[in-house]
Design a protein around this ligand. Structure first.
Ligand code: WTA
Length: 652
């Protein structure tokens, strides 16, 4: 069994049924409807997905729905499609050209709204500008931008011409950007003169300049003017976007490239068990179909909805549920810049009030942080437009769930607790809001076509309420296709432990009603405020500091962040164990990885608990960080006395 601890204490036993009015108008109106459709989708997944794929626009229809090519799955081969055409032109041609596609709520400056017609034009213009720089089908474009409309437009512009986008979260450091660009071998980078957050400017262009010193493949940089801050420009490499677009030869329309279903759409780097982040690859048709279908059913989307997801497009949630899912459905999607607590902790509530948001999707960490501020702020805003709430990124503890339900949803909005991953492309386990009775803390039941199971170490299915590895049995269209430039890692990491079955890396259990409860990672991934951080990344950044000999990082429970990082650090001879050095190390991690990866606690140690073969026993470090005192068997340690010593010096 994985030795992870349950991150939430499940105390709420009530079940919350969907409001009647909600069910009546929902796409899926009852559990009976869900069960029927689910059974049908599982009995014949290929037939099910083929019938759904009919709703997309194809230049040429597929020859085969699914093919297993030595463990690499191919969906809709033979089909020709364009994702941006499906997200824009299709709605433009279907009477939605004046519908608002995108609302932008800035931290600084004035809001912007784009109709489908305007968004199509902006996407085409950027696509033409990219082409003018020699970007062609299959070329990788790195994107390192703030949460501004140009970010969404960049994704779609790449999709239009068949360029492969690789977005790097705007809060990442120069080193993190460099590593990702080096791995993806991007030809061009799109960045900005800075990004606003909490009233300050984060130096994106300066970071990019440092990163690019070691990225020979990237010969061109497009810079968006956002902050008006003066920054160094190095022509001919660097070009201002507004100057490129002022060129009269840039046309307002760009013919969409007719792409194969399995051509690459994007790479998104994410942390795994070991070493550097890996590039998760998603392709055209299957990803689009899965993002579109899950968005439609799980957010029960209607033409009149105003949908607001608070994620950053630098993460998969933003890709699938700010950009591709909503736009594929012709919905109105709202993106915001900044932070949930600036200028005040009512930022989200004011945005909801102002734009009459009806569907709101956020992360438990944000809910916990905002709940701490009390009920006055949300109660001071009129949020009667809300009809559905969502949660993503980490387990939601029942306290946070209840607050969200009561204070934000006024007990009339279902909550969809959605479990999924960068690799899955879209939501895998979630309530259907008009059908599923909700149990706070459970992501409930699988989406159509998804066949999850809990397995024990020996590969046998776990019993009811018995924990185990969460595994997905059947392929689904949104699944990752490979790890960029490392196909062997894809097979080993995801299909190695239980051959032929997708290993999610989460520990979970299934209850007597078939509801899934996700209990946290089985690997060395730490979910800090819902962000996925690899212990190995933090450890190697610590070790790159001249004072550090060795480091081991583990998660511990944190009231707001869900999990925070506890670092055990062994110094080199001659280095002093000072508070000043702790601050310096934390800053060092901030610079190397990004501020979100900074350890909250650092303990200087003389020794680490290692087996005789030299393997660090993280289970023991976790128990110390969590102060559970349940160290388990310590007899295999080279020096068992180290445990008590570490525990005695634990950082409170
Ligand atoms: C965790 C984010 C519990 C889980 C979309 C998963 C969750 C990892 C939930 C993927 C949820 C995500 N309940 N845990 N509703 N949603 N997780 O790739 O550990 O950033 O494996 O994708 O987040 O994180 P990623």
């Amino acid at each position: 069994m994985p030795d992870d601890h349950v991150t939430s204490i499940l105390t709420e036993n009530r079940v919350f049924n969907p409001p009647e009015g909600f069910s009546r108008n929902a796409h899926v109106k009852s559990m009976q409807d869900y069960e029927n459709e689910y059974r049908h989708s599982i009995e014949n997944p290929e037939g099910y997905w083929a019938s759904k794929a009919e709703d997309l626009h194809w230049f040429r229809k597929w020859d085969s729905v699914l093919r297993n090519d030595c463990g690499f799955f191919k969906w809709f081969e033979g089909g020709k499609i364009n994702v941006s055409y499906n997200c824009l032109d299709r709605h433009f041609n279907n009477g939605k050209k004046d519908k608002i596609a995108l609302i932008f709520e800035p931290e600084y400056g004035i809001e912007k709204k784009y109709t489908y017609a305007q968004l199509l034009k902006e996407v085409c213009r950027l696509a033409n500008a990219l082409k003018k720089q020699g970007i062609r089908k299959g070329d990788v474009v790195e994107i390192y931008l703030p949460m501004i409309p140009e970010l969404a437009i960049s994704l779609l512009a790449c999709a239009r011409i068949g360029a492969v986008h690789s977005v790097v979260f705007g809060g990442f450091s120069a080193d993190a950007l460099r590593d990702r660009i080096q791995d993806s071998e991007a030809k061009l980078l799109i960045t900005a003169d800075g990004s606003f957050r909490n009233g300050r400017v984060y130096p994106l262009k300066e970071n990019a300049d440092v990163a690019l010193l070691e990225c020979p493949t990237t010969q061109k940089v497009i810079v968006v003017k956002r902050t008006e801050k003066s920054i160094p420009m190095y022509p001919p490499r660097d070009m201002w976007l507004h100057e490129m677009l002022a060129d009269s030869s840039i046309e307002d329309y760009c013919e969409p490239e007719q792409l194969n279903s399995e051509d690459s759409l994007f790479i998104l780097y994410t942390s795994g068990t070991t070493g550097k982040p890996k590039g998760v690859l998603h392709t055209q048709a299957g990803y689009l179909l899965y993002a579109a279908e899950t968005f439609k059913y799980i957010f029960d989307i209607k033409d009149s909805d105003i949908y607001f997801c608070t994620a950053d497009i630098g993460w998969i949630t933003g890709h699938s549920y700010i950009v591709y899912g909503p736009l594929a459905n012709g919905a109105t999607t709202l993106m915001y810049e900044g932070s949930p607590t600036f200028p005040a902790a009512d930022r989200f509530w004011r945005v909801i009030e102002k734009h009459k948001v009806s569907v709101f999707y956020t992360a438990p960490t944000a809910i916990r942080a905002l709940a701490k501020e009390g009920e006055e702020l949300p109660n001071g805003c009129n949020m009667s437009s809300l009809r559905l709430l969502g949660s993503v990124g980490e387990p939601i503890n029942p306290e946070a769930w209840m607050w969200y339900y009561r204070v934000i949803g006024k007990e009339k909005c279902p909550i969809v607790d959605t479990w999924w991953q960068t690799e899955t492309g879209g939501i895998m386990i979630s309530p259907f809001p008009g059908a599923t009775p909700l149990k706070p803390g459970s992501a409930t039941r699988p989406f159509f076509g998804i066949d999850p199971v809990i397995l024990k170490e020996d590969g046998k299915e776990a019993g009811i309420n018995e924990g185990g590895y969460l595994v997905i049995r059947k392929p689904w269209p949104g699944m990752l296709r490979t790890v960029w430039k490392a196909p062997e890692k894809y097979i080993e990491k995801y299909y190695g432990q239980f051959p032929g079955l997708y290993l999610a890396g989460d520990n979970a259990k299934k209850d007597e009603n078939g509801y899934f409860w996700i209990m946290g990672r089985t690997d060395d991934v730490i979910k800090v405020s819902g962000h996925r951080i690899g212990s190995a990344e933090v450890e190697s950044s610590l070790v790159s500091h001249p004072a550090v000999a060795e480091a081991a990082c583990v998660p511990y429970p944190h009231d707001i962040k869900g999990q925070a990082i506890y670092a055990f650090v062994m110094l080199k001879k001659g280095s002093q164990k000072t508070e000043q050095l702790k601050r310096e190390l934390s800053q060092h991690v901030g610079n190397k990885v990004g501020p979100i990866a900074k350890p909250d606690k650092i303990q200087f140690v003389d020794d680490l608990p290692k087996t005789r073969s030299g393997k660090i026993m993280r289970r023991i470090l976790k128990a110390i960080a969590e102060n559970t005192k349940e160290y388990g068997n310590v007899s295999t340690l080279a020096d068992p006395t180290v445990v008590e010593k570490l525990a005695a010096e634990r950082v409170q």
